[in-house]
Write a protein that binds this ligand. Structure first.
Ligand code: ADP
Length: 168
């Protein structure tokens, strides 16, 4: 299986024109701050109504919904780990978020998807460590998704991905 083409963009996930956008959700799936709040605002109230029926989501797992008012057809909601020093399974749980998101994108036959830097905001995962997990996992997980965009919302995130992607 061919590897997906990776790209990096400085911007807002909610305006991406891709088949799937990934939401860094919390376990309630009912919306929160950061990228989660931005996605719920942009997708409209039907997203919250739909999410109420899903029964939440565990850390490291993912669930898929329609994109509602987004340009994207689908939203994969995944719950990243809260950083607690790095010895509490954080790396494996974060990798699982990327794997499960790719698997759900494959189920809906997505060709393109966009990821935020899961767990690096309120959940405090160190940006460079999280970027390594993101890039390593999407390049080692078999998928039919052809194009993956990492969307960096701030300079620190963009710099971390840029350094790692150009070093590959
Ligand atoms: P988490 O709870 O998983 O840490 P956050 O939403 O707090 O989730 O942060 C995850 C990342 O998403 C951070 O790098 C944050 O800067 C970024 N972010 C926040 N808003 C947006 C947005 N609209 N588009 C893309 N990334 C965003």
């Amino acid at each position: 299986m061919a590897l997906p083409q990776l790209s990096l963009l400085r911007g807002d996930l909610t305006t991406q024109v891709v088949d799937v956008v990934v939401n860094a959700a919390n376990s309630s799936l009912l919306g929160g701050g950061g990228v989660d709040g931005a996605i719920h605002r942009a997708a409209g109230p039907s997203l919250r109504q739909h999410c109420r029926t899903l029964g939440g989501c565990r850390t490291g797992q993912a669930k898929i919904t329609p994109g509602f008012d987004l340009d994207a057809s689908w939203i994969v909601h995944t719950v990243g780990p809260v950083w607690r020093g790095g010895h509490n399974g954080e790396e494996e749980l974060l990798a699982s978020c990327y794997r499960e998101s790719l698997a759900l994108a494959d189920e809906v036959r997505a060709a393109s998807m966009a990821f935020p830097a899961i767990s690096t905001g309120v959940f405090r995962y160190p940006t460079i460590e999280a970027a390594k997990v993101a890039i390593d996992t999407v390049t080692s997980t078999p998928t039919k998704v052809a194009a993956i965009v990492f969307v960096a919302f701030n300079d620190e995130t963009w710099n971390a991905y840029h350094a790692l992607l150009t070093a590959r």
